[in-house]
Each structure stands twice: as C-alpha cells, then as structure tokens.
Design a protein around this ligand. Structure first.
Ligand code: ATP
Ligand code: MG
Length: 728
C-alpha cells in the first residue's frame, strides 16, 4: 500500500473529501471528536506527499505549544519525516519567528525580549506614576487588561484615544502610548505585541507582506473558533495571495471570548472568502453514545449556535455518573475511590484519568488527597516553574546579559544576591541614566560620574556592571548551559540558599539546579540554539507545557487547558452555582453560554466514562459556601445520567439522628467546643467581625448557624469551617 492510499483509507468519506479539497479556502465546521485535528494533519501529509508542496511552504497554527507539538509529531509520522521544515506552531511562536527576522524595521532590536504579565504590570505602574494616576483610583491590572483587549482587537493607541469615552478609558488612552514607547525603549514586546506587530509590519512594508504571502502557499488553522480579531487579520493577510486557507473549528467549543476571541470570525471568513468551501463532519469517534448524548443535551440549551448533528457508532457505554457530595474533601475521596476501582477492575493506568475543574484553586484539596492516597498526579498549569522567584531572578540575569537595555531585569538583580545597593542609589542611577538618555547598565558603567551615590556603593554598582559585561562577551564562546552554570557559580546563589538552611531555601536551591539542567538539556537537544532562543522559549511557555504526559500519572487541569485533548475516564468537579457557571456570569447571557460551552468541552473530553460532581460545601476565599447544584446538571438529559447521592453529613433537616448518635454527638460537641455556641450568644469571625447567633441547626460537624454580623449583616455558616470565636 502506498502512502497515498494509506493516508486516505484511515478517513471517513467526509473527512477524505475535506483532505482532497486542497486548494482554495476551506472551512471545516464540526463537533467535538469528529476528527478535525485528524483531518488537518492528514491534509498536511497529503499536500507534502501528493501535491509536491515543499514543507517550508506550509504554515500550520494552533493555540497551545502542546497541541502544536502533537500536531508536529503526527505530521512527521504521517509524512515519514517529510514535514520537518514546515512552520508548525502557536500563533505567538510563529509571529515571534517572523518578528525575529524583521523587528528592526519596526524600531526594535533583533534580540528583543518578551515580557510576561508580571513585568508588564511593573511597566504599567511606572507609567501610572509618571502620569500621577493613583492606584487607588485605577487598578494597574484593569488598565493592562484594557490595553491587552485593545491590541487583541487590533486597536492602536491613537485609535483608542479617539474612541475612549468614559473616565477609565480616558486614563487608559493616556497610559497606552507611553506604555508602548517604554516597551520599545527597553527593546521588549509583550505577548499581545507579538500578534499585533506583524500586522503593523505588513501594513508598513508591503514587500515584507508579499514575501510571506508568497512563501506560505498553504495555511492551516486548528481551533479556529478561538482566534481573536488580530489573529484573524494576520491569517487574512498571509493567505491573501494563494488563498489556500484551511481552518477547522467548532463554534460550540469557543471558550476564549473573555480573552478577545471572536466567534464572528467564522462569519467574516465566509464574507472575506466567498468561494470558501464548507465541510461538516458528523461522526464522533471519541466518546460512547451516553457521553455524547449527554454532552449534546447540554449544548443545545445555548441559543446562539449553529445547529449540528453529531453521532457515534460506539456502544452506549455506562451512563454519565453525577456524584452528589457533602464537601470538596469527600469529592476528592470519592474520585480516588473510583480511580482505585477502575485500576483494579478495568486494568487502567493512572494516565487514563483526568480531573477537570473551573478554577485553579480547586486543585489543592484534590492534590492533598491524591498525595495521601499515594496516587501519582500532575497538575497542568499550577506548577508554573518559571514564575518562581528564584527562577525569575536567574532568568533576569540571563536576560540582562542578552539585552543591555532591559531595565526591569537590571533592577531585579542589581541587589541580588545582596550587594548593599539600596533603592535610593538605584533611583539616583536612574536619574543619571535618564539625563544622559542611556540604559541603566550603561549608566552603571559610568557610575563614577554619579557623585550623589556613596563611593562604596559606586564600587559595587561598577562591579555588577563588569560582571554582566563579562558574561555578555562570553555569550558567543560558551553554550547557554555552560554560561548559566558559570554565572550561577560566580554569583554564589546556591551557596547562599544553602547557608540559609531552611526547607524553603533548599527547595529554591533545587529549583535553580533544575533550571540549569533545563538550560543544558535545551542546548543539547536544539542545534543552533543559544541563550536568546532559550529565553524566548521560556517566555512563550504556556501552562499546558509543564505537563509531562509521558509519566503515568493522573492529570489535573482547568477545563480551559483540556481543549483538544481526550482521556478514557474524565471527572468534572465543582458543578455548583457560582463556581460553574462562575458567578460573574449570571447576568450576561453571552457569558453564561460561554460557561455552558466550557462544560461541553469538558464532557466531550471523555472517551469511556464520565463523572460529574458537586459538593454542598466548598471553602472559597477562605470561607465556606453552602452551594446549590449547578443549573447545568438540570440540563443534562436524565436518560443518559445516573445520580449517586453520597451526601451524609448535611441532611440534618430530613434525617432525625437515632438516640445513640445523639449521645455521640453530645460528646463530640463538648469535645469540639460546638456546644459553646448558643442562640443569642455573640461570636467573632475573622472576616465578618462580631455578630449575634440568631439560628442554630444540626449538631457537631453538621452544625450550621445564622449570625447577624453588626457590620455585614446576616450570614449562614458551617461551624466546622467558619472558625468562630465564642465571645460569651
Ligand atoms: P476536538 O473538537 O475535541 O478538538 P477533533 O474534532 O479535533 O476533536 P480529533 O481529536 O481529530 O477530533 O479526533 C478524535 C478521536 O477520534 C481521535 O482519537 C482520532 O484519532 C479519532 N478519529 C477521528 N477520525 C477517525 C477515523 N476516521 N477513524 C478512526 N478514528 C478516528
Ligand atoms: Mg481537535
């Protein structure tokens, strides 16, 4: 069998048609698990093998690095290695690659750095200071979000100025241009600039646009429903000449509206490319019939969607199980019980399981329980290795070595490890730098001229500058791994952590070692790499990339991270009003529909078994909330679900305790101090202050009270979690 027939026989007729229709614009709009990603990878292999397209003429884009790597692997496999030189990556990495080559035209250096959110916030604060905008009036985070939103909608600072109409927007309009020029001064781009700057480039330099338009004869995009305006325009530009743009997506899985994704792009595509061929795939290959039908019964509650059919040849399978639980802790224990049963009875691996949740904070209880049960697990996203302080400190050194203009990194490490250089001295150095229009590092080289700084400190600053200069010149002679290792040795931070000699400092030491290992491994496995490319890679890491899917472990992640993935057994936790759907979404139908799509994404990750849980009590923001089950649970078609009520503790109203239990409860009450809480008594709560107990219910662990707090009014609390102090 030659590759040609092999490529096509593993597809169903609709999928095959979509692959064969290789020229001209194509939109593949289809439900979850219908083989969209599969069509995309087969299409690339088909272009390479059958159409004689060269790999470097192909651009394939998706949203996470993980998805991009998976795509790359699948394409390499299908094309027997033929696709190695295709451009396959995330929007951000593809744009960064173009900008690396062209940034100078826009007034940046080629070695520009990429800022993460924390760095961005610091710049915003700088500008706010300069403009005398108080953080009491406007939150830097909110301003940053507004600017980011504008960039994702391809609204420049001058355009923003023209359309601002509320006080907050006027403030943003003043900050936006200054923030932008501060970035440029420091030779830095933020994440959004990576997407926006190529568009400016294409607008200002038609010959550059033409070059890339000619180069990419075939462009393919996965998860198209989550592209924002800027990304859409980018695609439109690049496909302008050949018009071989193939996008796949599912409007029911659009979950990034809050980050500027625009589902209207699907409509725009049909308008901008009237000759666009549309394909629908209707067979789902991923899930059992029960799971698929349950998922369909949810999403059909959305008003704003395109109707579509999705069916499966698979068997019914087990019904979807709804677990009703007392609290987050029993939720975790119940999930662990199911995992253990499945391991024994169905011979599964740990890696067959995924536990999904709406908010990151939900992972901690699950993690604790998994650890105690000795079940290996990985948390996607929460590890955030590269956001730890010690890691950022070392990275700041490396950034400064690569980019002398990086004032943020300069300030981060000028006194790390301690060199006796205080903020006041740095401020004076900054004034000098400003007066001479030079970078902080250049100012440090001339620190002798800054008389306002004490001679001893001048010496330290000068030594620091010499250190950085030395490594900057060694950069071309040493590998990235050697350079980082030597630098860390020279500045002695490992030793410093060791001297502190606490558990925390040891873990920091381990983290820095881990970083050195990561750099060394990176240098080894990426030919032609250097420190800059490593730093770029780090800056582009998204949450999903910390996931080591090779290890045999249960996966924990947010529903957003689970997009595009599949697992034999899936748990979706925390189906409670206020948590999922998240409470901010109650008033806005569009927000609520997005939450529902997110639930749909979660349910359609499951291949064989799906468990959905809700807990009556869940501590949030340090307080306990008494929850109602999520409205989404009522929307699930009862035919395809089975409810398991595992609630025991909080059924005090309907269940009268037997005498024996009453005695036991009395004892518990005395031991735990519950009995000290009496009707009419005063109690104190950490957050709410002092109040009077106006209602008591249940006993012992189950005891709940209504307290009328003098400051904040009536609250209903579970005594066990509320940590009340009895005043009398
Ligand atoms: P999502 O909407 O979640 O991104 P998708 O539409 O991209 O899903 P894929 O991930 O491509 O779907 O496919 C889902 C599963 O079905 C995969 O395991 C894939 O290998 C399998 N599959 C798809 N098409 C076929 C087919 N024709 N024959 C066998 N298996 C298939
Ligand atoms: Mg997919």
């Amino acid at each position: 069998m030659n590759n040609h027939s092999h490529l096509l026989t593993s597809l169903n007729p609709a999928q095959r048609q979509a692959v064969l229709c290789s020229d001209g614009p194509v939109l593949i709009l289809a439900g979850a698990g219908s083989g969209k990603t599969r069509v995309l990878t087969h299409r690339v292999a088909y272009l390479l093998e059958q159409k004689g397209v060269k790999p470097w003429q192909i651009l394939a884009v998706t949203f996470t690095n993980k998805a991009a790597n998976e795509m790359k692997e699948r394409i390499l496999q299908l094309s027997n290695g033929g696709g190695r030189e295709a451009w396959i990556g995330t929007f951000h990495s593809i744009c960064a690659r173009i900008l690396r080559a062209e940034a100078e035209r826009l007034g940046y250096g080629k070695n520009f750095l990429i800022f993460d959110r924390e760095d961005q916030k610091r710049f915003i604060k700088n500008v706010m200071n300069e403009l005398n905008v108080s953080e009491k009036d406007f939150q830097p985070e909110a301003i940053l979000n507004a600017i980011s939103g504008a960039k994702n909608a391809f609204v420049s600072s001058s355009e923003y100025q023209a359309i601002a109409k509320a006080p907050f927007e006027y403030t943003v309009a003043r900050i936006y241009p200054l923030y932008q020029s501060l970035l440029k001064q420091n030779n830095v781009m933020d994440f959004d600039d990576l997407l926006v700057n190529p568009l400016f480039l294409f607008q200002q330099y038609p010959e550059v646009l033409e070059h890339y338009q000619n180069k990419f004869s075939y462009i393919l995009v996965d998860e198209f429903q989550d592209t924002n305006r800027t990304q859409y325009i980018f695609l439109k530009y690049l496909s302008g000449r050949h018009k071989n743009l193939c996008v796949v997506g599912d409007d029911d899985q659009a979950i990034y509206r809050w980050r500027g994704a625009d589902i209207q792009n699907i409509l725009s595509l049909e308008k901008d490319f009237p000759e666009c061929k549309i394909f629908h795939l209707e067979q789902n290959y991923r899930s059992t019939r029960s799971i698929l039908n349950a998922a369909n019964s949810i999403v059909k509650n959305n008003q704003f969607r395109r109707e579509k059919t999705l069916w499966t040849e698979k068997e019914d399978g087990e019904k979807v199980t709804i677990l009703e639980l007392d609290d987050a802790f029993s939720e975790a224990l119940t999930i662990i019980g199911v995992i253990k049963d499945e391991l024994v009875e169905n011979g599964r691996n740990f890696s067959d399981f995924a536990i999904l949740y709406r908010t990151n904070a939900q992972s901690r209880v699950l993690e604790d329980a998994l650890r105690q049960a000795a079940i290996p697990y990985v948390v996607v996203g929460s590890v955030k290795f590269y956001e730890r302080k010690e890691i950022k400190d070392v990275l700041a050194y490396l950034r400064l070595i690569c980019n002398a203009n990086d004032s943020i990194s300069f300030k981060r490490v000028i006194n790390f490890p301690l060199r006796g250089i205080g903020d006041a001295s740095v401020l004076k150095l900054e004034e000098f730098a400003k007066a001479h229009a030079i970078s902080l590092l250049a100012a440090a080289a001339r620190v002798e001229e800054v008389n306002a700084i004490a001679p001893r400190i001048r010496k330290s600053i000068f030594e620091f500058q010499q250190l950085i200069a030395k490594y900057a010149s060694l950069r071309r002679e040493l590998s990235a791994g050697e350079l980082a290792q030597t630098l860390v040795d020279e500045i002695g931070i490992l030793r410093a952590f060791k001297e502190i000699n606490t558990e925390e400092s040891f873990s920091r030491m381990e983290n820095v070692r881990e970083l050195l290992l990561a750099i060394a491994n990176y240098a080894k496995s990426n030919k032609g790499s250097n420190l800059e490319t490593f730093l770029e890679e780090v800056a582009l890491l998204t949450d999903i990339d910390t996931w080591d899917d090779q290890s045999n472990a249960v996966t924990l992640m947010t529903l957003h991270s689970a997009k595009g993935l599949e697992f034999p057994v899936v748990f979706i936790t925390g189906l409670e009003e206020g948590l999922f759907p998240l409470s901010r979404t109650f008033d806005d139908i569009a927000d609520l529909e997005e939450e529902r799509r997110l639930f749909y994404v979660g349910t359609t990750r499951a291949q064989e078994k799906l468990f959905i849980s809700w807990a009556a009590v869940r501590p949030r923001f340090g307080d306990s909330f008494h929850n109602l089950p999520s409205r989404f649970l009522k929307e699930l078609d009862p035919q395809f679900i089975e409810r398991k009520n595992l609630r025991r503790l909080y059924h005090f109203r309907s269940e009268k305790p037997v005498a024996e239990e009453m005695v036991k409860n009395e004892e518990d009450d005395l031991r735990d101090g519950y009995s000290q809480i009496v009707l009419g008594g005063e109690v104190k709560h950490e957050l709410f202050g002092v109040g009077k107990v106006i209602k008591l219910e249940g006993r012992g662990e189950n005891m709940k009270v209504n307290v009328r707090f003098y400051d904040v009014g009536e609250k209903r609390l579970v005594v066990k979690y509320a940590n009340l102090e009895v005043l009398h």
